[in-house]
Design a protein around this ligand. Structure first.
Ligand SMILES: [Fe+2]
Ligand SMILES: [Fe+2]
Length: 303
């Protein structure tokens, strides 16, 4: 596996190019223009939230809760990213720009949830304190692992926001989640193409890293209070589950876009990792289909 400093130096021109593309394709936008302020009212000091304040399924509520807390925590990934990439050159510029954009996401989602009262503001604030205080951020051991993780994570986040938005019934909510998802898409494209370039520079090191990251992948929401229960609800609503993970990330990106199966000249260790990775993706696909058909049966039975 190529040492971090050598890999980062080799890929710096690629990072500079991808940063430039990112900036050229991003359009400035403002959270305050998307939030439906006219729905808002002052909160009385003794206000007690009730789920009846707004009609919304508990599953979609879970998704909004987890999506927002994830966004709240993302700027703290800056510590890891800056340590890994360094503060100078295009790497540093990218890390700071990314952090600023992630901050915008939590601003717009929180303002939306506050004015619409879709979520208990007290529970949300306590959960944010707990989430940020526990300081849980991924700590990839190598730059290769870091690239692989963030590529998967940005796409997963984009899908989660997009699917959550589709289940909201109001236009403001749809627009906000779509806007955030389109930023996540640009983040994903930056990292996806960085991984493609890294696969050329250090194919074996990258395959080992991708295998490790797929094997241990977790949505960035771990560390959120009751994360397991929320993740179950989110899967139940079909917003993010194994089938989505397999069909919209692992197959189109890892297998097709990165062309893992067609790579040549791998070390024996990387060959082994690739075989394990392909097998794992297949197993995740099977589990996803099983889970989805059980869900469909349950939904039919409930009708
Ligand atoms: Fe984000
Ligand atoms: Fe992002």
């Amino acid at each position: 596996m190529m040492p971090n400093a050598a890999l980062l130096a080799e890929l710096e021109p690629t990072a500079a190019q991808l940063l430039e593309r990112h900036l050229a394709t991003s359009k400035e936008w403002f959270p305050h223009e998307l939030v439906p302020w006219s729905l808002g009212q002052d909160f009385q000091p003794d206000y007690e939230w009730s789920p009846d304040d707004v009609e919304l399924s508990p599953e979609v509520r879970s998704a909004l809760f987890v999506n927002l807390l994830t966004e709240d925590n993302l700027p703290y990934y800056f510590r890891t990213i800056e340590r890994m990439f360094g503060a100078d050159t295009a790497w540093g510029t990218w890390a700071r720009r990314w952090t600023a954009e992630e901050g915008r996401h939590s601003i717009v989602i929180r303002d939306y949830l506050t004015v619409t009262r879709a979520i208990d503001p007290v529970e949300l604030e306590r959960a944010r304190m707990a989430q940020v205080e526990c300081g849980e951020v991924p700590e990839p051991q190598t730059a290769q692992d870091g690239f692989a993780y963030v590529a998967l994570q940005e796409l997963a986040t984009r899908i989660a926001h997009h699917n959550t938005g589709k289940q909201l019934e109001d236009k403001a909510g749809n627009d906000i989640m779509r806007k955030v998802a389109s930023d996540e898409n640009r983040h994903y494209l930056f990292y996806r193409d960085l991984v493609t370039a890294a696969l050329e520079v250090d194919p074996s090191g990258m395959v080992l890293a991708i295998e490790r990251q797929v094997r241990t992948f977790e949505m960035p929401g771990t560390g959120i209070l009751d994360f397991e229960a929320h993740a179950k609800a989110i899967a139940k609503a079909g917003i993010y589950d194994f089938a989505v993970h397999h069909d919209q990330i692992l197959v189109p990106v890892v297998l097709r876009h990165w062309g893992i199966e067609a790579l040549e000249g791998l070390t024996p260790e990387a060959e082994q990792a690739r075989a394990a990775l392909v097998k794992r993706i297949d197993r995740i696909g099977k589990a996803g289909r099983r889970f989805a058909s059980r869900r469909d049966e349950r939904q039919l039975a409930a009708v």
